[in-house]
Design a protein around this ligand. Structure first.
Ligand code: PBG
Length: 327
């Protein structure tokens, strides 16, 4: 029987390792973390097993553990006590994320890359990513002014990177000029460039206590699931506006977009392995229907193989732990 050349290279684990085209390491990960105002103990998030809403204190412990596993980048989402029409807690210098960033920088300095998610949905009483006009429509340009304020407050607090996730047109240019105008020239922007109006964000909305008013959706500003070309348009536009890193989100249902983008751009490409993608693997794993850890690793490798350089994932700690054990 004649064997193909490819099979000869699969004979032993060491050989397979030698010819492996894709690898994943803790260096590739950004761990999403939630910090909530007004709670006295960490609160587990039911639909994201293993993930919690943190107090300022427990956040520090979590980041210390992550650093121990080689993960130095985190992205922070805040849950304020008070929500209002403009999401003013997002640009309060004493808002929960700003305080948490200060804590992180005080405790870990340059050991950690503290990324601030920039959006108002967690802070607004209507749950949209932008402010609303008289007719309850998103007011894109009024929102940009708010985003500029948030970016400056986050950078003042010590954020190492700003990550606008609201999908407003012109958000990267507005934030770039606000940062440059306040002496924050060296603070990069990671833009959620191709962000789809996906059904995979459910657990995240539980994590940040967000409900869109009137049962609405984000289809007027997030991308339509049917389209791939406009993702490239969004990505190119963000790069022109000054984005340092661009992102595709979610990851698994959009591997085609990740692949196409990675071939066309020359800035680092991030992909967000979102809450719903995580929850599905966890649920099936806990039911014993799949080997959850193996599936998680396979998913993350697929995202990298498609062309992502950086992966935002709730699996960061678990997978980094596993990699640390096996190497
Ligand atoms: C908006 C934001 C969302 C996520 C990250 N930033 C939710 C949304 O657009 O509705 C989702 C992340 C996830 O599902 O893991 N601030």
């Amino acid at each position: 029987m004649k064997h193909r050349r490819t099979q000869r290279l699969r004979r032993t684990p060491a050989l397979r390792k030698l010819v492996a085209e894709t690898s994943i390491s803790a260096d590739d990960f950004i761990a999403p973390l939630f910090v909530r105002e007004g709670i006295s103990a960490e609160q587990p998030i039911l639909s994201l097993p293993g993930v919690s809403q943190h107090t300022r204190q427990s956040l520090l412990a979590e980041v210390k553990e992550l650093i121990g596993f080689g993960i130095s980048s985190v992205i922070l989402f805040g849950i304020p006590e008070k929500k209002d029409a403009t999401g003013s807690e997002a640009y309060n210098p004493d808002g929960i994320v700003q305080l948490a960033i200060k804590d992180l920088k005080e405790s870990f300095g340059e050991e950690v890359v503290a990324i601030a998610d920039l959006c108002i949905d967690e802070y607004s009483d209507h749950g949209h990513c932008g402010v609303l006009d008289k007719n309850k429509q998103i007011d894109n340009d009024a929102t940009l002014e708010i985003y500029e304020n948030i970016a400056v407050v986050q950078a003042d607090a010590g954020a190492d990177m700003i990550a606008p996730s609201g999908m407003m047109d012109g958000q990267v240019a507005a934030i770039r000029s606000a940062l440059d105008g306040t002496g924050h020239h060296m603070i990069p922007i990671m833009a959620y460039s191709a962000k789809y109006a996906s059904a995979h964000y459910g657990p995240f909305r539980e994590a940040v206590n967000v409900e869109i008013a009137g049962g609405g959706d984000r289809k007027q500003y997030q991308q339509d699931v049917t389209n791939a070309k406009e993702a490239l348009l969004e990505i190119h536009q963000d790069i022109l506006e000054g984005a340092d890193i661009v992102m595709v989100k979610p990851a698994l249902s959009y591997l085609d977009v990740i692949s196409a983008a990675s071939q066309k751009i020359d800035v680092p490409l991030a992909a967000y392995n979102v809450s719903g993608e995580y929850a599905m693997v966890k649920a099936a794993g806990e039911a014993g229907w799949i080997d959850g850890e193996a599936v998680a690793l396979e998913h993350l490798l697929a995202i990298k193989r498609a062309g992502a350089d950086i992966v935002l994932t709730y699996f960061a700690k678990e997978v980094a732990k596993r990699i640390a054990k096996s190497s």
